[in-house]
Every structure is written in structure tokens, then in C-alpha cells.
Design a binder for this molecule. Structure first.
Ligand code: HPA
Ligand code: MG
Length: 179
């Protein structure tokens, strides 16, 4: 059990399960990108640990970059504008977006929108976790490590209000016995 802020979490996935999944993903991606030099684009902060391990298993040429999605109100009435901070020039690159978790998919949609505007050669999405019950979009998540129920998890890069990213296993929010 771990306590973060006001909530208690119980063990859910161990390191062995995570590493097996990450290794399998690396091998699948490497097979698909055999003659290419993809850019792995990790979405901060959550993807830092996953991308780090993914790269240890990835055999083949590749580039690594990290970015943070920043949204701000545009000057026109069109509303929100998104940019990928620090991503570098992605024009003409084969980009693999690396997410820790895909939940509703709205962040992902913003990211893909920006990538298209940047003129990338291709893009695909890799996420360690997917919550199919929460996912509302039609955008395909090309590489999924582990599908999980719609319950809040922490660890391995994922946080609860800033805490828990450094835990090397995955913990799940403890069920309320009164539910
Ligand atoms: N845990 C942490 N961060 C998240 C989650 C989760 O389950 N879903 C979306 N962001
Ligand atoms: Mg978070």
C-alpha cells in the first residue's frame, strides 16, 4: 500500500509485467520501422520512465525527443491553440508519439493536430496503458502495452497530483468498500 496526498493505492502491476510489455512493444515497433529512423517523441512528464525503458530494448537507429503539450488561448475566436514545446523540427520525420496512458484521448488529439501542422512524414502512437472504457476518439492507438479498466493508477511515471511518478510498480486506487 502507498499513500499519496489523501488517497491510498494498492499494488496492481509488478516490474516484471511492465518490463515484459515494454520489451514486446520495442520489438514490435523495431520490426515495423526496420528501414527507418523514427523519432520517439515522449510526452512529459508521464512518459519519461516508459520511454527510457523502451529505448533500452529498442534495437535500430532512432532519435529521441521529449515534449510538453502547451495550450493557450489564440488571438482569434477559434479558441485553444496547442504547441509542442521543445520538440525540435519534426518536418519530414517518422514520429512515434510515446504516451504513458491514453484515457479519454483528448490530449492525444491535440498532439496529432500539431504534428500534422508540422508536416511530419508519418505518425503513430505508442502508449503503455490504454483505458478502453474511457477512450472516446476514433484515432487509432497503434501500439498499446496493457489495456486496463477505468480506474486511477500511479507509478512508473504516472502521478496523482504530482506524486508517485518515481514508484517502479503500478498501484491502483484502493476501492472504497462502501461502493
Ligand atoms: N493515472 C494517472 N494519470 C492519468 C490517469 C491515471 O489513471 N489517467 C489519465 N491520466
Ligand atoms: Mg498526471
Amino acid at each position: 500500500m502507498v499513500k499519496l496526498h489523501d488517497l491510498e493505492f494498492e499494488p496492481y502491476l509488478d516490474q516484471k509485467t511492465l518490463q515484459k510489455s515494454v520489451k514486446e512493444l520495442a520489438e514490435r515497433i523495431a520490426a515495423d520501422y526496420a528501414n527507418k529512423t523514427p523519432v520517439f517523441l515522449g510526452i512529459l512528464n508521464g512518459a519519461f520512465m516508459f520511454l527510457s525503458d523502451l529505448m533500452k530494448y529498442y534495437e535500430g537507429d532512432c532519435e529521441i525527443s521529449f515534449t510538453k503539450l502547451a495550450s493557450y488561448e489564440g488571438i482569434s475566436s477559434t479558441g485553444e491553440v496547442s504547441t509542442l514545446l521543445g520538440a525540435g523540427n519534426l518536418k519530414g520525420k517518422d514520429v512515434i508519439v510515446v504516451e504513458d496512458i491514453v484515457d479519454t484521448g483528448s490530449t492525444l488529439e491535440h498532439i496529432v493536430e500539431v504534428l500534422k501542422n508540422e508536416g511530419v512524414a508519418s505518425y503513430r502512437i505508442a502508449s503503455l496503458f490504454l483505458k478502453p472504457e474511457a477512450y472516446k476518439k476514433t484515432l487509432p492507438v497503434d501500439y498499446v502495452g496493457i489495456e486496463i479498466p477505468n480506474k486511477f493508477i500511479v507509478g512508473y511515471g504516472l502521478d496523482y497530483n504530482g506524486l508517485g511518478r518515481n514508484i517502479s510498480k503500478i498501484y491502483q486506487l484502493k476501492s472504497d468498500p462502501n461502493d
